[in-house]
Design a protein around this ligand. Structure first.
Ligand code: ADE
Ligand code: ZN
Length: 398
């Protein structure tokens, strides 16, 4: 843990144990405009046929950012604690009587210089220690949901890390009810549908995950699934085989971070041992051609987070990101923000900056937005309605 993160850790009650450890204007060469048959996967409700996207195929490159910003989209990979902006950290510290070891918001923001996942996680867990009351959780989620609406995110599946809070003495009820109340309010006040996914911290034990699941089950109707996050290297998915099997029995939807920094073997075991329905990140999959075939064949969604990958040095430059390679290989990749307060941008920044750096086109934009709805955990009717809305946007954009 770096010294700055350590200093912030001393704030308030103690934290849980730290984790160990081409710009091109070329037009539509993607498969979007073609009819494609995709092998059916019984556990996966992705559509087998892609509708043609015709209206925007000759869109001038300078109109692309506006298209990206305005298109309806789903966000499937956002850690709500990673949306806590420095301004809110300062406000919450003040109202909870905590003193931060930073003179100002800018001073705190200057500490956001990461070299890898662990260097980020140290400061991320420290920042989350200002969250103490149900209102804190509500305010954090509400701030994110307002930003989501501004970016035309119409559906969000939001990760939360309860162990980060329960280990400091904050109750599961405080965490879940604060977040859930904000999600409920967003539906009517913002027109954003939001659902919660409880993530287990993989640097902790499977026993700890089981205890967390037990604490959360009284609120079973307030979250739709479980995920696996935190320090990837040295903590393979199979460490959590039993608790994921139990979650599967309970009818929870399953996702896991895999192949962010970790090897393709972790993606294989997330699929074959944990039986997850989506892979969070998964960008290391390109190192294994057999895995790429499997992900394409089964249309397993990857929730890719380009600005996160850049800030955590997974790719040296955004132009080197492999999002286009994933799409070209027929994978159901989506674009997401991960921890937007720490990585320099919410959904639309992820779209516009990645497209500018890699030369993706309007056809890719359609494909990515469509993938986001198809990969979401909503029923078939809601999926169809989202896609109709997307099609209407593309048909009328001018
Ligand atoms: N927790 C928050 N952000 C994360 C990331 N990018 N990878 C793993 N765990 C996380
Ligand atoms: Zn993540």
């Amino acid at each position: 843990m770096g010294p700055r993160a350590k200093a912030l850790r001393t704030v308030g009650r103690s934290l849980p144990p730290p984790p160990v450890q081409r710009a091109s204007s070329e037009i539509n060469r993607s498969p979007v405009g073609e009819k494609r048959n995709i092998t059916e996967n019984p556990g996966n409700s992705l559509s087998r046929t892609q509708t043609p996207m015709t209206a925007q195929q000759n869109l001038p490159a300078d109109r692309l950012p506006e298209l990206l910003r305005g298109m309806p989209k789903a966000e499937l990979h956002i850690h709500i604690e990673g949306s806590l902006e420095p301004e809110l950290i300062f406000q919450m510290a003040q109202r909870n009587g905590l003193t931060l070891p930073y003179a100002s918001v800018d001073d705190l923001r200057r500490a956001y210089a990461f070299t890898n996942l662990q260097s980020f996680l140290d400061i991320y867990y420290a920042g989350a220690s200002v969250l103490q009351t149900e209102q804190d959780f509500y305010d954090m989620a509400w701030a994110y949901l307002e930003r989501a609406r501004a970016d035309h995110v119409v559906h969000a599946e939001i990760f939360f890390d309860p162990q980060t809070h329960t280990a400091r003495g904050v109750s599961m009820q405080t965490v879940i009810q604060g977040l859930h109340r904000a999600c409920e309010a967003a539906r009517s006040a913002l027109g954003v549908q939001a659902r919660l996914i409880l993530c287990f911290l993989r640097h902790l034990s499977e026993q700890d995950a089981f205890e967390t699941l037990e604490q959360a089950l009284p609120y079973r109707d307030q979250f739709i699934g479980v995920g696996l996050d935190s320090s990837e290297l040295g903590h393979p998915p199979e460490k959590f085989a039993k608790v994921f099997a139990r979650c599967r029995e309970l009818g929870l939807r399953l996702v896991a971070h895999a192949g962010e920094e970790g090897p393709p073997a972790y993606v294989w075991s997330a699929l074959d041992v944990l039986h997850v329905e989506r892979i969070d990140h998964g960008v290391q999959s390109v190192k294994d051609p057999e895995l790429m075939k499997r992900l394409a064949r089964d249309r397993i969604p990857l929730t890719v987070c380009p600005l996160s990958n850049l800030k955590l040095c997974v790719f040296p430059r955004l132009a080197d990101h492999n999002l286009r390679q994933l799409l070209d290989a027929g994978l159901a990749a989506t674009v997401n923000s991960d921890d937007p307060a720490y990585f320099g941008g919410y959904m639309n920044a992820n779209f516009t900056e990645t497209f500018a750096a890699t030369g993706l086109t309007a056809a890719h934009a359609y494909q990515l937005a469509r993938n986001s709805f198809e990969a979401s955990f909503v029923d078939a009717a809601a999926k169809a309605a989202y896609i109709e809305r997307l099609d209407a946007f593309f048909a009328t954009f001018q």
